[in-house]
Design a protein around this ligand. Structure first.
Ligand code: PMP
Length: 389
């Protein structure tokens, strides 16, 4: 049967993720050493898992309120106040979702109408363009530059704005570059946003993973709270990707509308995960610190090695990715990754999977043990020697 006429036109036109295409090749091969994954290699801290087990033992397996348990929203409210000086009402301005992913989708669908333009800086996480299209709006890409440390500049933003621009998706600490935005960078962006009366979805999922500078939330910049939806979650900070829990914070009318969508599409985020998350927020600071220290040590090793082997590597200040430049090899990102995989069985992700401006780069995750990283790095070295560049 021909299904094309039976399926949704917009979704049919959305291209599948470039990361997936590459993983399909990897999954067909044996003995591959991968540096391609975008999730913590740590186990969820045991006291967090234990809280979830306790909730199951007590038979707490019912739906929660649509917005999530109130005590979880209270904990989120205290956490973001303590960490980023954000003030959000647990009752009205926080929604617990199925990962940051669901929160991003809800935010897009609640803010956008057909014809609206959405500014997306790239290289960046792969879902923003497809979600924009699926919400019926038009993505407009801004290519950030390595000479600006992959930060979005006020001028780049200003240049991309048209009368149709409605929304900016800001994504720092950034996947795949590891770039962060400092307070001054955010203030410059905020001025343009306010001048043009735009809204922002600020994806701050890596906010707890910064090295050196503490994360600054866009919503803490003067004038931005009323025009920002902050997206965050438990996947990265607490090594909880599989628990599928995130949250959105923003002005009550927007959170109300997102809750309406969430209520009809999802009902409530997983109950067992919400019990785990309460424990993580109450008693998880030390776990975050330990994991962050470990990532930072690995980062120094990986970045140092890339620079030493002649692949210039931008200094990442957040998340757990390095983004070395491979232009000196004369290969495209896809050629580099495909050849490396075929000859040395090391899987990394071509930079162009994160947008055209990622061409000439590769994403190497350092969310792996040092032993694993050392083996992969030594194979990449051999690969470069054999390329003879
Ligand atoms: N935003 C960014 C920038 C990400 O890298 C990811 C996951 N890789 C997500 C959002 C989604 O995270 P989750 O749904 O697990 O909370």
């Amino acid at each position: 049967m021909d299904y094309t006429k039976r399926l949704n036109n917009t979704i049919q036109q959305v291209k599948p993720s470039g990361i997936r295409r590459f993983f399909d090749i990897v999954s067909e091969m044996d003995d591959v050493i991968s540096l391609s994954i975008g999730e913590p290699d740590f186990r969820t801290p045991w006291h967090v898992s234990k809280a979830a087990i306790d909730s199951l033992e007590k038979g707490r397996t019912w739906y929660t309120p649509n917005r999530g348990f109130e005590k979880l929203r209270d904990e989120i409210s205290s956490f973001v106040k303590r960490k980023y000086n954000l003030t959000y009402s647990a009752k009205e301005e926080i929604l617990v979702t199925v990962g940051g992913s669901e929160a991003l989708d809800l935010a897009m669908r609640c803010l956008l109408n057909p014809g609206d333009e959405v500014l997306i800086h790239q290289p960046s996480f792969v879902c923003y363009e497809p979600l924009t299209l699926m919400a019926g709006a038009t993505p407009v890409v801004i290519n950030t530059q390595q000479e600006n440390c992959f930060r979005l500049t006020a001028q780049e933003l200003e240049d991309a704005i048209t009368p149709k621009t409605k929304l900016l998706v800001l994504s720092y600490p950034n996947n795949p570059t590891g770039a962060i935005m400092r307070r001054g960078d955010l203030e410059a962006i905020a001025e343009v946003i306010i001048k043009h009366d735009l809204m922002v979805i600020s994806d701050e999922i890596y906010s707890e993973l910064t090295y050196g500078d503490r994360h600054v939330s866009l919503a803490s910049i003067e004038g931005m709270r009323e025009r920002t939806i902050v997206i965050n979650g438990f996947s990265k900070a607490f090594a909880m990707t599989g628990w599928r829990l995130g949250y959105a914070m923003g002005p009550a009318p927007i959170i109300d509308m997102m809750t309406k969508l969430h209520q009809f599409g999802i009902m409530s985020a997983p109950t067992v995960a919400q019990y785990a998350a309460i424990e993580a927020l109450r008693n998880g600071d030390k776990d975050i610190d330990k994991m962050r220290d470990e990532y930072e040590m690995r980062k120094r090793y990986v970045v140092g090695e890339f620079n030493a082997m002649g692949l210039e590597c931008f200094e990442p200040n957040g998340a757990f990715y390095s983004f070395p430049c491979i232009k000196s090899t004369g290969l495209t990102s896809e050629e580099f990754c495909t050849k490396l995989l075929a000859s040395k069985k090391v899987a990394i992700v071509p930079g162009n999977a994160f947008g055209e401006s990622g061409e000439g780069y590769v994403r190497v995750s350092y969310s792996y043990s040092l032993k694993h990283l050392k083996e992969a790095i030594s194979r990449i070295k051999e690969f470069l020697q054999e390329l003879n560049v």
